[in-house]
Design a protein around this ligand. Structure first.
Ligand SMILES: [Zn+2]
Ligand SMILES: [Zn+2]
Ligand SMILES: [Zn+2]
Length: 118
């Protein structure tokens, strides 16, 4: 992968990152009239936030399929990279599966867990 592709990947991730909880927002995407994306993380999700954005506008009830395709094209780094995993170009659909079976996960490798929690 060329560096400019990596920069583009990071830029798009930035655009999809929730300004409140700093977690990348995952599909399905919903947008309010002001263009804010709805974040469904545990931190941002309240009973009100399902229909009303933090800016007070209601969410528009249509799918933003172009954004979903962009999300599918992004590549992610395995969250266990700090433990030594070298997977840095996983597609979103493969990421979860990989992380569940990743040999650098504390769950799959108790020794690794001891090291990272010391
Ligand atoms: Zn959020
Ligand atoms: Zn809004
Ligand atoms: Zn991994």
């Amino acid at each position: 992968m060329k560096p400019e592709h990596i920069a583009m990947n990071e830029y798009v991730k930035d655009l999809l990152t929730c300004p409140r909880c700093h977690i990348i927002i995952t599909p399905p995407y919903q947008q309010c009239k002001m263009g804010h994306l709805r974040c469904s993380s545990a931190e941002c999700e309240t009973s009100d936030s399902e229909t009303v954005c933090y800016c007070g506008e209601t969410f528009l009830m249509f799918k933003i399929s172009s954004l979903e395709k962009i999300y599918d094209a992004l590549v992610f780094t395995c969250k266990f990279s700090q433990n030594g995993c070298i997977e840095v170009s996983l597609k979103a659909k493969d990421l979860k599966k990989h992380e569940e079976g990743c040999k650098f996960s504390p769950k799959n490798n108790p020794e690794m867990g001891k090291i990272s929690t010391k």
